[in-house]
Design a protein around this ligand. Structure first.
Ligand SMILES: [Zn+2]
Length: 58
């Protein structure tokens, strides 16, 4: 099996050719807020923040 490529759009309008990190779908450079991994992390944080707010209300 070949390792998937990152494929993120770069500043010059091309696709990133770096190898993607397994599980993140993108390379270490483009791993961040907009990757599947990053979005999952952010959603987790948002859910935690919501829980905290609910607890404060009571
Ligand atoms: Zn990349």
């Amino acid at each position: 099996m070949t390792q998937p490529l990152c494929g993120a759009a770069t500043q010059d309008g091309r696709r990133c050719r770096n190898k993607a990190i397994t599980g993140s779908g993108q390379c270490s450079k483009h791993q961040g807020a907009w990757t599947a991994y990053g979005v999952a992390q952010r959603k987790k944080k948002e859910a935690e923040a919501k829980l905290r707010k609910l607890r404060k209300k009571k």
